[in-house]
Every structure is written in structure tokens, then in C-alpha cells.
Design a protein around this ligand. Structure first.
Ligand SMILES: *[C@@H]1O[C@H](CO)[C@@H](O)[C@H](O)[C@H]1NC(C)=O
Ligand SMILES: *[C@@H]1O[C@H](CO)[C@@H](O)[C@H](O)[C@H]1NC(C)=O
Ligand SMILES: *[C@@H]1O[C@H](CO)[C@@H](O)[C@H](O)[C@H]1NC(C)=O
Length: 379
């Protein structure tokens, strides 16, 4: 009896210990997504069997909408390029909508400021806004007039002739890769970001240079962001992300990066563009479609904990030294975060033991919080 009891309690101890360990290790898996995570990981191995090339594609080469606003020479090109003056580190497309003028202005004044990137970071970054036409027929003319005025002032809008709606997001994705192919295929990196995303430009540039290694070498096979692995398509009608089986018949999506913000190297951008030319682009969820293109071309995404999906960065100087993107910022928020993160005092503070401890305390909580995962504290 006594021996038995001892065995049981040892066993219990061991189990409790193991459970605790699992809890610690899988911290961020234990958030409210737990069910969908388990399900999608079960499906995930199936993805490799999908062959997106075999989708019906009678009209293979899609016809592109025409440009309403364009700046073909924004990336240098022509003479500049011949003389080697057009070495673009990053072409950054912000997915915007005609009416979001305030967001665009906040981005221009903060992280999207090309002169800041040039003078403070020594990097040539081109920031452009990708747009369709206003969805409301009654307001379209006045919104378009305002857009033309805005573009006259800033020369940074790229607009194609399609309705700017949620269900047309894949057209906006195609716009970006098409434009990059036509007018900026020499850029080292291409990034796509939403207009409510904050990009920590100094950290991003530093990270891209790390990826690049030698400055003169073209980076290869880079696709980095917040990775969703084997998520299942939403089959509940009425949900914003509902996808009927005839649009996407398989049980899980290929791995893809959250459309909120991701980066690809020039060679990957070219591959995606080649896939866009032949794949059926009727799936309106743009980041998933991008994942299908990448899958068809044999490109796999790489995760970076400081690229957010839905996550918002914590307002703390110890996080500012590492953050790359943060999601869900209105214009005023964007400006105040930019002021906070570019404050010269922050840089001095963000290294060291104190900040390592602070990040652990801030990011590793036993409940879901909409910010960077616990793993980011160790990155
Ligand atoms: C693309 O797929 C959709 C839905 O599966 C289908 O209705 C459409 O005909 C396809 N288009 C082409 C060009 O194959
Ligand atoms: C962009 O940054 C430069 C250099 O830091 C600064 O002089 C300029 O005022 C900024 N422009 C905008 C629109 O904020
Ligand atoms: C997408 O844009 C096209 C071209 O403007 C338009 O005909 C179509 O209705 C739009 N689709 C949606 C779902 O808004």
C-alpha cells in the first residue's frame, strides 16, 4: 500500500511537472485560437499533396485593369538604372483605399518618409500606395478628384481601374506584383503592408541588411512575415472570410504570411508574378492567394516574431528596439508611436539585461494578449 502510494504521488508529480513544462513552452499556443490551431496542424500535412497548377485555367493569362494613376519612373529606371543609380533596397507598397487619406498622410509623415530613410538610415526606400476606385458610385467623382489632387502633391499613388472592395483584394495584390515587375524589378526587397500597420523603419532596414549579408549581393529566397501554417478555410456563411468549396476545395490553406505586412526578395517577387500569370486568381483572400502562388513556385515562408499578424506592439521602450510591424493603428496613434520609437533615448535603453527581463515580463503572460508572442522575448 505504502509503496503504491509513493508511486502514485511520484507519477502525479511527474505529470504535473510535464504539464507545467508544456504550458511554459507552448505559452502562445494556449490562446483563444487553440481549437483552430490543433485542427489546422492536423490538416497541414495534406497541403503538400495539393497541386495548384491543376486548377482549371482556360483563360490562363488574366487581363489587367488599366492604370488610372501611375508613376512608372518612381524606382529610377531608364538612365538612372543604366548609370547604376537606382539601387533600391526596398519597394514598399501600402494597400490603401481611396477614402483613407488621413492614414496615408500619417504614413508619409512617419515611417513612410523616404527622405528620413535616406538621410537617417542611408537606405533607398520607395513607398507607394496601391488603390482601386471608390466603391460608391455617387461619391466616386469627388473622391477621385481629391485623389488626383493628393497625387499631384505627393506623386505616390498607384491606382488601377477596379472597385476597391474587400472582395477585390487579390486584384490589389496583383497590382503590386505587376507594378514591381514592370517598373521596379531591380529592388532588393518588396514589402506589402496595410495602411493601418506601423512599420518600424529603422529596425526593418537593419533586418533587411542582415538578410542581405553583403550589400552588393542580391538576396535570394526571402519571404518573411507572420506565418500562418495550414489554417483551415472558413466555411461558415456570413463570416467575413467565408470561402465556398468551389472557390477553394481543399481542407487547409498553404502556409502564408499575414497580409498585414510581409517582405519578399526580388527573386521571390518575380516568381510570384510568374505564378499570378497562370493561376486562377478568383480566390479573393489576397494573402492566401499569395501563399498559393508561392507554393506553386516552391517558395516557403519564414516566420519572424516581430512581424505582427493581428498583433499590436506593446508601448514600452524595451519593445521598440525590436519591433518591425504592428497592426491596427489609426493616424494619430501612428504619429505618437513614431515619435516614441524614434526618440533618441529609446535606442540607448533597449539593450541590456533590464530590457530582456522586461520583455519576458511583458510578453510572456499565461493568457491571450493581442501582442507579440512570448517567443519574441527570446529573439
Ligand atoms: C477560376 O475558379 C472559379 C471558381 O472555382 C471558376 O468559377 C472560374 O471559372 C475559374 N476561372 C478560370 C479562368 O479558370
Ligand atoms: C521626413 O524626414 C526628413 C528628415 O528626417 C524631415 O526633414 C522631413 O520633414 C520629413 N518629412 C515629412 C513629410 O514628415
Ligand atoms: C471588382 O472590381 C471589378 C472591376 O471594377 C468589378 O466589376 C467587380 O464588381 C468588383 N468585385 C467586387 C466583389 O467588388
Amino acid at each position: 500500500m505504502f509503496v503504491n502510494f509513493r508511486r502514485v504521488s511520484k507519477c502525479q508529480l511527474l505529470t504535473t511537472g510535464l504539464l507545467l513544462c508544456t504550458l511554459m513552452v507552448c505559452w502562445e499556443e494556449l490562446d483563444h485560437h487553440v481549437v483552430s490551431h490543433i485542427r489546422s496542424f492536423t490538416y497541414r500535412y495534406l497541403v503538400d499533396r495539393y497541386d495548384f497548377d491543376t486548377l482549371p485555367q482556360p483563360g490562363a493569362i488574366i487581363s489587367y485593369p488599366s492604370y488610372l494613376i501611375n508613376h512608372p519612373r518612381k524606382c529610377g529606371g531608364g538612365r538612372d538604372r543604366e548609370r547604376g543609380l537606382a539601387d533600391i533596397l526596398l519597394l514598399l507598397f501600402v494597400k490603401s483605399s481611396p477614402e483613407n487619406r488621413e492614414q496615408r498622410q500619417a504614413i508619409r509623415n512617419t515611417w513612410g518618409n523616404e527622405s528620413f530613410a535616406r538621410s537617417e538610415l542611408g537606405a533607398s526606400v520607395t513607398v507607394l500606395f496601391a488603390l482601386g476606385v471608390h466603391h460608391d458610385a455617387h461619391e466616386r467623382a469627388s473622391v477621385q478628384a481629391a485623389l488626383l489632387q493628393e497625387d499631384w502633391e505627393h506623386q505616390d499613388l498607384i491606382q488601377q481601374d477596379f472597385l476597391d472592395t474587400f472582395h477585390n483584394l487579390t486584384r490589389k495584390l496583383i497590382l503590386q506584383f505587376q507594378w514591381a515587375h514592370e517598373h521596379c524589378h531591380w529592388a532588393c526587397f518588396l514589402m506589402s503592408a496595410d495602411d493601418d500597420v506601423f512599420v518600424h523603419m529603422p529596425n526593418l532596414v537593419r533586418y533587411l541588411r542582415q538578410l542581405q549579408g553583403t550589400p552588393s549581393k542580391a538576396p535570394k529566397d526571402v519571404w518573411v512575415g507572420h506565418v500562418y501554417r495550414g489554417s483551415p478555410p472558413v466555411r461558415r456563411k456570413g463570416n467575413k472570410y467565408y470561402v465556398p468549396p468551389d472557390l477553394y476545395p481543399w481542407v487547409s490553406y498553404p502556409d502564408y504570411t499575414a497580409g498585414a505586412g510581409y517582405v519578399v526578395s526580388g527573386d521571390v517577387a518575380a516568381k510570384i508574378y510568374r505564378a499570378i500569370l497562370v493561376l486562377n486568381s478568383s480566390l479573393h483572400i489576397d494573402d492566401v492567394f499569395m501563399g498559393m502562388c508561392a507554393k506553386a513556385m516552391g517558395v516557403a515562408p519564414r516566420g519572424n516574431v516581430y512581424f505582427s499578424g493581428q498583433a499590436k506592439a506593446l508601448r514600452h521602450s524595451c519593445v521598440y528596439g525590436h519591433m518591425i510591424t504592428s497592426h491596427g493603428h489609426a493616424a494619430a496613434d501612428m504619429r505618437s508611436l513614431w515619435r516614441a520609437t524614434t526618440d533618441p533615448g529609446v535606442k540607448r535603453q533597449s539593450g541590456g539585461l533590464y530590457c530582456s527581463m522586461m520583455r519576458l515580463l511583458l510578453l510572456c503572460r499565461p493568457y491571450f494578449q493581442n501582442t507579440y508572442p512570448c517567443a519574441a522575448a527570446f529573439a
